[in-house]
Design a binder for this molecule. Structure first.
Ligand code: GLU
Length: 393
């Protein structure tokens, strides 16, 4: 369990969720000093080679302050309008504050379908991955301006967990006005005990999550435990900590009270398990011996190695990859629709743009979206993969 609590710089990719009450004061608006300190913490982590993503709440809270809307519950269209006003200010504040540490911010607004539908999921993931590759910090929020009551996450705890699993993060930090998980709501029960580490989210742990959200934010302990289930199942550790002190990440590092949830496995394994576990593949790609060797050594499947395409599938659908003997050797998510795959099969990646009329992805199936499913022999010699038959991403 001690392994769960390790220095933040030991993590590779960290998602930090920031609750509205930390960033916005209902009277005076944005808490700039807090934000600047937070950005200094982020710069510190990035300087140590950690990739950082931020899920920032506060659009509605900031918008209603700017618009001077009365306290109390807002109608849907009022909160949508408040989000429109607040989000633009929020994004600018993040961008300005990060820029003092020479860090570039990129705004990403997601709706529920962007993480739940595979095509859109792949698309959102590609954009966010590209931002990280370019060294930018994605500043993510729900697109509250168009989200309706039925089709929304509604809270950024679960949104942050979905983002963390989407990008294969190894740590999710939930910062709010709650410093962690107690055995009972501490303001109601004097015997409530603080839990420092949670090895597994059992039904008993779930029962400890009371309701109680503050006026500014939507999430309480319930949504944090839900987030914990999403994250830890996919191999991502999670911390619940108070964001109230300035420099909250530095505070965690120096031992401030926080609850740590242990991950269940490694993110890559969990995601590939998800791909391998998809229902019947929508089509097949038969590949040549050279491509088979490439796949077995952890590479992506390029169009040049594809001999035949069957079935009708869309980009993002699960497809089976057949070796030259005709037996299934892998499964993966299609990088192209079936029609496009037929057109570029056997062609060099450099020819794709001329054939399709647009610059597509280099890979027919990206290695991150690929799982070796058989036959035996798929294991890498250098032992990098944890599971038999699974390629290392
Ligand atoms: N997306 C909401 C906002 O930016 C926050 C949701 C939440 O607090 O969990 O205002």
């Amino acid at each position: 369990m001690t392994k769960t609590r390790k220095p933040l710089q030991k993590y590779r990719r960290v998602v930090i969720k920031i609750g509205s009450a930390l960033l916005v004061d209902r009277k005076s608006g944005l808490k700039k000093a807090w934000l600047d300190a937070m950005c200094a913490d982020i710069a510190g982590l990035k300087a140590k080679g950690v990739e950082v993503l931020v899920v920032s709440s506060g659009a509605i809270a900031l918008g209603r302050t700017v618009l001077d809307l009365p306290a109390g519950a807002l109608k849907l269209e009022e909160s949508q309008a408040a989000a429109a006003v607040g989000q633009i200010a929020l994004a600018r504040a993040w961008s300005e504050s990060l820029s003092t540490g020479q860090i570039i911010a990129g705004q990403v607004l997601l709706t529920l379908g962007d993480t739940e539908e595979r095509r859109r999921y792949l698309n959102a993931r590609a954009t966010i991955s590209q931002l990280l590759k370019l060294g930018a910090v994605p500043i993510i929020n729900e697109n509250d301006t168009v989200a309706t009551t039925e089709i929304r996450y509604g809270d950024n705890d679960r949104l942050a967990a979905r983002v963390a699993t989407m990008v294969g993060a190894d740590l999710l930090v939930l910062l709010s006005d709650i410093d962690g998980l107690y055995t009972a709501p501490p303001h109601l029960d004097p015997d409530a005990r603080f839990l420092e580490t949670i090895a597994e989210i059992t039904p008993e742990i779930e029962a400890m999550a009371g309701g109680a959200a503050s006026e500014l934010s939507r999430g309480g302990m319930r949504t944090k435990i839900d987030a914990g289930k999403i994250a830890t199942t996919a191999g991502c550790a999670m911390i619940i900590a108070s964001g109230k002190p300035e420099h909250p990440l530095a505070a965690i590092e120096s031992g401030a009270r926080s609850s740590w949830f242990a991950p269940a496995g490694s993110p890559v394994t969990a995601r590939k398990t998800w791909i391998a576990g998809q229902l019947l593949p929508a089509g097949t790609l038969t590949i040549d011996a050279g491509a088979e060797t490439a796949l077995r050594s952890g590479k992506s499947l390029l169009p040049a190695g594809v001999r035949q395409v069957t079935g009708s599938f869309s980009r993002g659908d699960t497809i089976a990859i057949l070796g030259s003997s005709g037996r299934e050797i892998a499964r993966g998510l299609a990088g192209y629709d079936a029609d496009e795959a037929r057109q570029i099969a056997g062609k060099k990646s450099a020819e794709i743009a001329a054939i399709l009329g647009y610059a597509g992805r280099a890979a027919m199936v990206h290695r991150d979206d690929l799982v070796m499913t058989g036959p035996a022999g798929a294991r890498l010699d250098d032992g990098r993969d944890e599971r038999k038959g699974e390629l290392h991403a």
